[in-house]
Design a protein. Structure first.
Length: 124
């Protein structure tokens, strides 16, 4: 017996319209909405409090999906730099059996935390 509990109204006519975008930063793609704080690879030219622009690959505004590269060329997602920090440390161990070969290496990726402030939509 699945479904909604008794006495809870089901609102099918009201749908939450959420605007989000797929942006490119540092060779990766991120799904962002206004107010989200996203961790991207370090943006070395930006200081805390600066505004950065991210190039968009896709914009979804309710039922309207914008994926045309000519239209998206003019749409830049605005974000504010919140913090620069390092990620979790990873250990790299290399070992070869019976030869005495062992190497140990560590790495901590540098990240920039950004808060998305605005996502412009395409002109209709």
């Amino acid at each position: 017996m699945g479904g909604w509990p008794a006495g809870v109204p089901v609102l099918t006519s009201e749908r939450e319209i959420r605007v989000y975008a797929i942006v490119r930063s540092g060779g990766r793609q991120h799904k962002v909405a206004v107010g989200d704080i996203v961790e991207v690879d370090k943006i070395s030219t930006a200081k805390v409090g600066d505004t950065v622009e991210l190039s968009t690959l896709l914009v979804v505004d309710g039922d309207a999906v914008t994926s045309d590269p000519w239209v998206l060329a003019g749409i830049k997602v605005q974000a504010e730099v919140v913090d620069h920090h390092k990620g979790q440390k990873i250990d790299i161990l290399r070992y070869k059996n019976k030869t005495g070969y062992r190497r140990r290496q560590g790495h901590r990726q540098q990240y920039t935390a950004i808060k998305v402030t605005s996502i412009p939509t395409a002109a209709k």
